[in-house]
Design a protein around this ligand. Structure first.
Ligand code: DC
Length: 221
C-alpha cells in the first residue's frame, strides 16, 4: 500500500509519517530530503540553480538514498549528508532547485523506484509536495497536512531556539512564507492538494493526536 502525505513546509508531515512508519512497519520515504541532498550537491560544487547548471551537474551527481523502515539516509558523493540537510542555506536552495524540470525528472525516477520496491510489501509512506498529485497519483490513501503560517513558524522557531540557533521569529516566518510561495506557484508539480486527499489541519493537534488521527483514517480504509 502506498500512502502519500503532502503538505506545507513545517506542517509536521515528516514527523507524523516517521511515527506512522514506526508503528506500521511501512517504509518512510521523505522526498524533501532528496531535494535537500541535491541542493547540498549544488552548493558543494558551486553549481548555478538553473536548468543549464543542472544539465552539467546531474549526470555527475552521486546521490544514494537508503530507506530502512522509519530511518532514511541520504548520501552525496558517498558521504552520509543526512544530518546536514536542515541548514537555512540548504532549505533555501532546495526550494530553488525543486523548480527545475530536469531535477524533478531525476528524483521522480528515484521515488517511483522506492514505490515499486516497497509499495506492496511492507508498504510505503511517501512524504513531500507532489506525492499524491504527480509521483503516486494511484496511492491508496492521500493526506494533505497543513497548519497556519503563524503556527508553523512558531513550531520551527521553537525547534531552532532549542537547538541553540540565533534566529528571530520574524526571520523564520518570512522564510516559510517565501517557501510556501515558491512551492505553490512554480510551474512544475506545484504544492497542491490532490482532489482525493484528506486534509489534516494540525493547528490545534499535538504530535500524538496527529498520529492517532491518521491511524484512524488508515484503519477505516
Ligand atoms: O519538505 P521539505 O521542507 O524538506 O522540502 C524541501 C524543499 O524541497 C521544499 O522547499 C520543496 C521541495 N520539495 C518538492 O518540491 N517536492 C517534494 N516532493 C518534496 C520537496
Amino acid at each position: 500500500m502506498i500512502i502519500a502525505i503532502d503538505g506545507h513546509a513545517a506542517s509536521g508531515k515528516s514527523t507524523v509519517a516517521r511515527q506512522l512508519a514506526e508503528v506500521s512497519g511501512f517504509v518512510f520515504m521523505d522526498s524533501g530530503l532528496m531535494y535537500r541532498a541535491v541542493a547540498l550537491g549544488f552548493l558543494k560544487h558551486k553549481i548555478e540553480c538553473t536548468e543549464d547548471g543542472a544539465k552539467v551537474y546531474l549526470p555527475e551527481m552521486q546521490l544514494d538514498v537508503d530507506c530502512v523502515r522509519s530511518r532514511m539516509k541520504v548520501y552525496i558523493d558517498e558521504t552520509d549528508v543526512t544530518a546536514k540537510l536542515h541548514t537555512s542555506q540548504v532549505t533555501e536552495v532546495s526550494s530553488l532547485i525543486a523548480k527545475l524540470q530536469i531535477v524533478r525528472d531525476v528524483l521522480l525516477g528515484v521515488q517511483r523506484g522506492f514505490g515499486e520496491r516497497f509499495g506492496h510489501t511492507p508498504g510505503i509512506l511517501a512524504v513531500g509536495r507532489d506525492m499524491g498529485t504527480v509521483v503516486f497519483p494511484e496511492a491508496r490513501m492521500k493526506f494533505f497536512v497543513t497548519a497556519s503560517l503563524e503556527v508553523r513558524a512558531r513550531r520551527r522557531y521553537n525547534e531552532l531556539i532549542q537547538a541553540g540557533n540565533d534566529v528571530t521569529f520574524r526571520e523564520i516566518y518570512d522564510a516559510i512564507a517565501r517557501r510556501d510561495y515558491q512551492d505553490s506557484n512554480r510551474k512544475i508539480a506545484p504544492l497542491k492538494k490532490a482532489p482525493d486527499a484528506i486534509v489534516v489541519n494540525t493547528d490545534h493537534l499535538t504530535c500524538d493526536s496527529q498520529l492517532q488521527l491518521l491511524l484512524e483514517y488508515i484503519k477505516e480504509r
